[in-house]
Design a binder for this molecule. Structure first.
Ligand code: BG6
Length: 468
């Protein structure tokens, strides 16, 4: 079998709002996630105000802001060569539309990236991972407003210039296509849905504005950091036909064209696909664009494809008129599910690589893949053989894709250190190689403990994926 290439990047991934805590420290502004109470996760409409006595999980995270040196040392001990993390936009521009950045915020990430570099760890940095300054949501309706494009590009350029000697790998938006799912027009798009809003129109408008911002960032990153990599990441959910009925195959094509290629065609080829444009025309969606946009989209083409992979999907039930939430209704008789209903499909990772690579011929980077479980610490550790099995099967499948000739740059698991769940706001949905002693209500010491998978992954990295 072909080997993973030399310099293949092995590591783990996390996001600022799920791990940092310190939500109001050192000049940080409120972000949309800081007002999202534990109950409001996955809702299309939220309160947008801080209320007394309410649990806001992002306020504490897993304490990364205070413990980043300890955490990076643990990752270095595991041998990772890459650490994916995100910058909180509201630490750098507290209101989003400020003229000047907040120096304390910039300094914090400089310290973090230098700490990574100290151990030879390559930072892979996301600029917006399910958050934006709350002010932009309140004042402009988030990404529904084109003004956010300029604000975001200013923020990105500030980061590129400041970190150009420290960071070579960039992701503009995390899972740019996830806005199709319940609650993510808010979490990804900063749009708080109001009565009378046309949800579909808003989704397509946010997508266009973010794709345009992505293209402008790609152009800026190449100008400021030659040789760097930049693109948005995709939630890869390959859609199998529900049955081998040709009509189900058709439905799977439609789904891929909307949820996967609808974004990737723009990010990698600079053009919207026919189906995307046809939907806008046929459904009379009013999308604000300017002629120049399409020139920028053609110019700002990303040079790699970062994507998350957790599960595959199946085509919609044809007796039902709407496709609905991609994270639900994807039962597959050939596959099992985890405790949260995520389909477990290791072969789907290989299938995804084949489909993306044959269509775009750009290097792939798996920036999230992982297995959640409720866990208890016993004698200072967790025997997480289920996680080892899950990751082993996925890495094996990735290796097969490499053997088939796909160009794969790296693999970062979600998440090396337990953190707050994005979907549920809970701590007890654990993904880590490292257990964190914190509970859903924020109680606990925050102490870190190595699980069995810590030692297993160390070996995987040492052998460049040969020993699984
Ligand atoms: C990805 C997100 O979609 O899924 C992460 O990028 C998230 O932020 C991960 O944590 C797992 O989802 P959840 O809901 O289990 O945290």
């Amino acid at each position: 079998m072909k080997k993973f290439k030399d310099g293949f990047l092995w590591g783990g991934a996390c996001a600022a709002n799920q791990c940092e805590g310190a939500w109001d420290k050192d000049g940080k502004g409120l972000s949309i996630i800081d007002v999202l109470s534990i109950e409001e996760h996955n809702r299309d409409h939220v309160t947008l105000e801080l209320r007394e006595g309410v649990n806001y999980p992002s306020h504490k995270g897993n304490q990364f802001y205070e413990r980043y040196k300890e955490d990076i040392a643990l990752l270095a001990e595991m041998g990772v060569t890459c650490f994916r993390l995100s910058i909180s936009w509201s630490r750098i521009f507290p209101n989003g539309d400020d003229e000047q950045p907040n120096e304390l915020g910039l300094q914090f990430y400089e310290n973090v990236f230098k700490e990574c570099r100290k151990y030879g760890i390559e930072p892979l940095v996301t600029l917006s991972h399910c958050e934006m300054p709350l002010n932009l949501t309140k004042k402009y309706k988030g990404w529904a407003n084109r003004k956010c494009i300029d604000f975001f590009v200013r923020y990105a350029v500030t980061c590129f210039e400041r970190y150009k000697d420290l960071v070579k790998y960039w992701i503009t938006f995390n899972e740019i296509n996830f806005i199709f799912n319940t609650g993510y027009l808010y979490q990804n798009g900063g749009v708080n849905l109001e009565d009378g809003d046309n949800k579909k129109e808003l989704i397509y408008q946010v997508a266009h504005n973010q794709l345009l911002a992505n293209a402008r960032c790609v152009i800026e990153s190449q100008r400021i950091i030659p040789g760097s990599y930049c693109n948005a990441s995709l939630s890869a959910t390959i859609c199998y036909p529900r049955t081998c009925d040709p009509l189900d195959y058709y439905e799977s094509i439609v789904d891929m064209n909307e949820y996967q290629y609808g974004f990737l065609d723009v990010m990698c080829d600079g053009e919207y696909n026919y189906q995307w444009l046809n939907t806008i025309e046929k459904e009379q969606l009013h999308i604000e664009t300017e002629p120049e946009d399409f020139v920028i989209l053609r110019k700002g083409i990303g040079n790699y494809i970062p994507f998350s992979y957790y599960f595959s999907g199946i085509s919609r039930d044809r007796s039902n008129s709407s496709r609905g939430d991609r994270t639900k209704n994807n039962d597959n008789p050939y596959l099992t599910k985890n405790d949260w209903g995520f389909i477990i499909d290791p072969d789907g990772l290989r299938n995804t690589c084949e489909v993306f690579y044959s269509r775009y011929r750009k290097p792939l980077f798996i920036v999230e893949n992982g297995m959640a479980k409720q866990e208890e610490l016993i004698d200072g550790t967790v025997h997480d053989d289920y996680r080892i099995e899950y990751l082993r099967n996925h890495i094996r499948s990735l290796h097969e894709a490499v053997d088939d000739g796909c160009d794969v740059m790296g693999y970062t698991t979600w998440a090396p250190i337990d953190l707050i769940s994005q979907g549920g706001g809970i701590m007890s949905k654990r993904y880590g190689f490292i257990y964190v002693d914190l509970n859903d209500d924020g109680s606990g010491t925050g102490k870190r403990y190595k699980k069995d998978s810590f030692y297993w992954y160390k070996k995987v990295i040492e052998t460049n994926g040969e020993e699984l």
